[in-house]
Design a protein around this ligand. Structure first.
Ligand SMILES: [Fe+2]
Ligand SMILES: [Fe+2]
Length: 279
């Protein structure tokens, strides 16, 4: 089976390319499950209820978040009640949301997904290693396919989490830096790993925000609004091939979808829908 994790969706450009391309992408890549990190979906900060519904309607099956999780307060309701979105598993028990989810892939296989936050250059949070152990201990034993989105800043932390969970989960894939790393691999125990799967949004930017604004504030300390940029929008993510019997990864591959490719994918779905049915 094939599972895609797409990296931090940034603002309207990120949402729009996901909505345009997702159905065609699911077909073209034969994806059984799509997980998306949506922590920057609402104007770059957090996720609104409407954004959540838009992504799910587009074909996203499961949503992970990050340090911006509670930037839109209205999402707390969704985090508490919906079964296809999680909070960070190393946030306090009292923080709104669930620490893992069990979702059914299109091939019928149950997939566990959870989200952890790193501790380097982040606000102090509980130990992500202990949180991973805690979540894994409570998963039903028959659930073999397990995806971890490790939302962290430091590549050393990411590598440590990969090694710590190697052989115990299907994939440890990173988000948060908004920059894809070229280190996708299958670790010796069968866990797919990559430090960061990259950003879904405008690449003519600084991590998705307008270059001039970020530069102005960084150079002069004069606060500006870090508006979401608009140019060169891409989906960035990673596809993992999985043996559902063992839960081990058998392949891992980076994915980039640019605007032209997204248009082609959208057109392929339209063409299929308008083709005459042959009985
Ligand atoms: Fe992000
Ligand atoms: Fe983040």
């Amino acid at each position: 089976m094939r599972v895609l994790l797409i990296g931090d969706i940034v603002g309207k450009p990120g949402r729009q390319i996901v909505v345009r391309a997702m159905r065609g992408l699911i077909e073209a890549e034969r994806l059984d499950l799509v997980i998306a990190n949506a922590e920057n979906t609402a104007g770059g900060a957090g996720l609104t209820c409407a954004n959540y519904r838009e992504l799910i309607a587009a074909g996203v099956d499961a949503i992970t978040m990050g340090d911006h999780i509670y930037r839109q307060r209205e999402i707390n309701e969704v985090l508490e009640h919906e079964s296809n979105i999680v909070k960070l598993a190393n946030y306090p028990a009292s923080a709104p949301g669930k620490d893992h989810m069990l979702v059914t892939a299109r091939n019928g296989v149950t997939v566990a997904v959870f989200n952890l936050l790193g501790r380097v250059f982040m606000r102090p949070v509980d130990c992500p290693w202990e949180a991973a152990d805690r979540v894994l201990a409570k998963l039903p034993p028959e659930v073999r396919v397990i995806f971890v989105d490790f939302h962290a800043e430091a590549t050393s932390d990411m590598q440590l989490m990969g090694r710590y969970l190697d052989g115990r989960v299907t994939a440890v894939l990173g988000t948060h830096t908004h920059v894809a790393t070229a280190d996708e691999q299958i670790l010796p125990g069968g866990t797919a790993f990559q430090c960061d799967v990259g950003m879904t949004g405008p690449y003519e930017s600084i991590l998705g925000r307008r270059i001039d604004r970020v530069l102005e504030t960084t150079r002069t300390f004069n606060p500006t609004h870090f508006e979401v940029a608009s140019g060169d929008v891409r989906i960035s993510g990673t596809i993992v091939d999985v043996d559902p019997e063992t839960g081990r990864a058998t392949g891992v591959q980076r994915l980039v979808v640019n605007q032209e490719e997204a248009d082609r994918l959208a057109a392929s779905v339209k063409a299929a829908a308008s083709a005459p049915t042959v009985l």
